[in-house]
Write a protein that binds this ligand. Structure first.
Ligand code: GLN
Length: 250
């Protein structure tokens, strides 16, 4: 069993490294025919406009849309979440192509630019219930999107209060709708809809592997057979020193 990782741009190596720690092989996907060798896919964070241009160049969009439509498990992190959304606002002039399938509206740079990137302890009740561990997860938000609206089939897995430095610019010249989210309100940052998982933050940049094992369980439930390998390396993982970034909080 191998998990495909879209490897056009962004943090695909980091996802592959986490999968390796869980005893699962990550396969780099760059071309449409390579998608046929895998039954699930992770779309990493990075820069969604650049990623869209590269996907267009490699003629990947039709194959990616087909992959999603066939009900295969796909997890988009950050730029990958934007890619999976049915609608994105705050895009560059001319917009960008999306895969779609996830019934939600995302704001591309909801939390602001690079300088507004932040880390926070995110309450993750469903993840903790399924994967164990602490009730919160350390969310690394890098020029992160926010999920402004979700459809009726979308399950919200995490949301956070809108930070007080949030400065949404819906860029009306692009026809984006005015958004009413204000500081103090909550914004959705993780969702699941059937075979699709979306997180606005970067679980591949932390030592906590629960989002990855949650996705592997989705793969298992939908038709794969990865659970035995996940359990097999659990002990090995806990005996390794954790190399991790420091956490900052506002
Ligand atoms: N907001 C970025 C974009 O539009 C995504 C940032 C990320 O993936 N870290 O591509």
């Amino acid at each position: 069993m191998a998990i495909g990782v879209l490897a056009l741009q962004g943090s695909f190596n980091e996802h592959i490294a986490v999968l390796r720690r869980l005893g699962v092989k990550g396969v780099e996907i760059r071309k449409p025919d390579q998608l046929q060798s895998v039954t699930s896919l992770i779309i990493p964070g990075g820069e969604s406009t650049t990623m869209a241009k590269l996907a267009e160049y490699h003629n990947l969009f039709p194959a990616l849309r087909e992959f999603v439509k066939m009900g295969k498990p796909v997890w988009g992190t950050c730029a990958g979440l934007i890619f999976l959304a049915d609608k994105a606002i705050g895009q560059k002039t001319g917009g960008q192509e999306l895969i779609g399938g996830l019934d939600c509206v995302v704001h591309r740079n909801f939390f602001g630019g690079q300088i507004q990137s932040f880390e926070t302890e995110l309450p993750v009740p469903q993840i903790a219930a399924k994967e164990g561990g602490p009730p919160t997860f350390r969310g690394v938000f890098i020029r992160a999107p926010g999920i402004l609206e979700v459809g009726p089939d979308v399950e919200v897995l995490a949301d956070i209060p809108v930070p007080y430095n949030n400065n949404i610019d819906p860029n009306p010249s692009l026809g984006n709708q005015e958004e009413s989210t204000a500081p103090g309100e909550r914004v959705i940052v993780a969702v699941k809809q059937g075979n699709l998982l979306g997180t606005a933050f970067h679980p591949e940049l932390t030592a906590d592997t629960r989002w990855h094992s949650y996705f592997l369980k989705m793969v298992d439930e939908i038709g794969g057979a990865t659970s035995s390998s996940i359990c097999a390396v659990g002990e090995e993982l806990s005996s390794q020193p954790k190399i991790d970034l420091p956490i900052f909080q506002y």
